[in-house]
Structures are given as C-alpha cells and as structure tokens.
Unconditional design. Structure first.
Length: 319
C-alpha cells in the first residue's frame, strides 16, 4: 500500500528517526503507526547487537537527591562520542533514568533494566530506542543509591565522574553539612577510595600486598643483614600506610589544611555528623572497583582507556 507523507511525518516526530526508516517501517506495518513503532524497536535491537562491541568511552553522570535530602542516586551512561553525550535526547534519557532509580530503588542491574520508564516501556527498551535513534553503542554503567540522614553529591565539571556521601546526625538543609558533604564528594572523586573503612577492605588485597612488599624487602641488598622479624615490622608499617590510603575515612582529607584524616576532619567540623556510606561513579570501567553502597558494575561493552580512575585536581562542579 502507498504510504502518505503525513504518516511518515507523524512517525518521525514520535521516534526522531530518519524519514526513510520511518517510511520503510510503515510499509512493513501496512500503514499502522503503532505496528511501525514496534518494527522500529525491533530494528533498534538489531542495531544494538551490531554496535555492542564498539568502545563507549564518553558519557554522562546522572544525579538525583530527594527533596528531603535523605536519598541520593547516581548513574553513569556511556556512549561512543562527545557529540552524542551532548545530544539533547541522550541527556534527557540520563536524567529520566536517574529519577527512575531514585523512585524505584532497583536492587541490582537486572531489576533496573526491567524498571518502567516514565514515558513508557522499560529501561532496557529506552536504551534500545536511544541506540536506534543515535546509532552509537550506548550502555548503562554503574549506579548507586544511598539513604542516610543527609545525602550530598559532588559532580565533577566534566560530568563524567561523581562522588556521593551519606551522613548520619545532620540534615542536607544545613549549609555547613551541605558544604562538608560536597567537599567529601570532591575528595572521593579526586582520591577514589577503595572502601569506607579498613574492616571493609578485601583481606586478599592486603595479603597480596604484604606478600609483594615482604619479598621486595627480602630481596633488597640493603636488608641482607637484617633479621626477619625486623623486615616483618618494616613491612607491617608499610601495609598500615597502604590500608590507610585505600580507606575513605583514613585518607588525608584534601580540603583540610591541617592534613587530618577524613574521619578526624569530619569530627572536628562542628557539624555533628559521621560518614556512614559513600560511592564513586564514573563513565570509565575502573569505577566498578571503587563503588560502594548499592552500586552496580558498569556494562562490559563500555570499557574506557582514557580515564585512569584518578580525577584531575578538584574544582567547582557545574552540577
């Protein structure tokens, strides 16, 4: 059957896809716009499969904090190029997605993909439709939810990495708490801690580091005449410093002129708060190793080589 230009235009306005693809979909659907949309979604799934192997090294962070400041969500969405990251449809999807995460509180990645979007369809459907429209490999990276008395976020100026902190004993409406929380988020982005406190650090990481450092000490000619127990003490001191460097609460706080630890600096802030949780989210693959809370790992199809997991010197966020 012949397809009139009005139907093609209507379908294009609904989907944002090229006129020719809309016409072809309408031809397959015998002019039925609803069926044509289904056809386009099917072709989007095919495009998604074809593009899945391509590196997605760009993207954006979506951020959400509830009105009462007690729940926060962060998510990274990865794409291939900066123009797509700057695309209005892509940016809208990121913000819609993080709002959905904040409202639905999905337990894991599988639950997130099945969560309904406000505009209809699931999150997975939304990703497929976005790929179909923008023709790039697009994937949801890590996401995290934190609930606490006060949740504060810091999004780096490049919108590709962010830190979030949960605080007990205060309110996000308190200016001092908000400022402290933002500074803590900035510290997270700059220092990328691996865990909240030393009891949360994987014992295997510590054991491996100790093994390496002890072997290095034993093989050092300068230690040839030192007893084994002395070498053990030397390595013990090194390991203690190593652990402190990995743990958020024990790291030297970048916003403290007195070079106190995060925990000591927070205690001295006069806000009366304590840190209960944190997360680091970024559009690079290394973020999966440093997220805490309820964070989920980034998709395998979206590795990054450009980022190193360490942010440049912190600056004021535009978010």
């Amino acid at each position: 059957m012949g397809i009139d230009a009005k139907s093609v235009k209507e379908l294009r306005e609904k989907t944002g896809l090229p006129m020719m693809e809309c016409k072809q979909a309408l031809e397959k659907a015998d002019g039925d716009i609803s069926l044509a949309i289904d056809e386009l979604r099917k072709s989007g799934a095919k495009a998604e499969a074809k593009l899945a192997g391509r590196k997605a090294e760009q993207g954006l962070i979506g951020s959400y904090v509830s009105d009462d400041g007690k729940l926060g969500a962060l998510v990274s969405v990865c794409c291939e190029t900066e123009p797509v990251a700057n695309n209005e449809d892509f940016q809208k999807f990121v913000q819609d997605l993080v709002a959905v995460i904040g409202a639905a509180k999905p337990a894991d990645r599988g639950a997130l993909l099945e969560t309904p979007m406000s505009g209809g369809g699931s999150v997975k459907d939304g990703v497929t439709e976005l790929i179909n429209r923008l023709r790039e490999n697009i994937s949801i990276g890590g996401f995290s939810l934190i609930e606490a008395d006060a949740v504060v976020q810091y999004v780096h100026f490049d919108n590709r990495k962010a830190g979030m902190v949960g605080l007990a004993g205060g309110s996000a409406a308190d200016e001092a708490v908000g400022t402290l929380g933002k500074d803590l988020g900035m510290h997270i982005v700059f220092s990328v801690p691996q865990c909240l406190s030393r009891d949360k650090l994987d014992p295997e990481i510590v054991a491996k580091e100790k093994e390496i450092r002890l072997a290095a000490a034993q093989n050092d000619e300068k230690n040839a005449n030192k007893p084994e127990e002395i070498l053990e003490k030397i390595v013990e001191g090194q390991i203690n410093k190593f652990i402190a460097e990995q743990c958020f609460l024990e790291q030297e706080f970048i916003r403290d002129d007195q070079k106190r630890s995060v925990q000591d600096s927070v205690a001295a802030s006069g806000t009366g708060v304590t840190v209960t949780d944190y997360c680091y989210i970024a559009t690079d693959a290394e973020a999966s190793e440093t997220e805490t809370g309820t964070a989920e790992e980034p998709a395998e199809e979206a590795p990054a080589e450009e980022e190193t997991g360490k942010a440049e010197a912190p600056g004021e966020s535009e978010a």
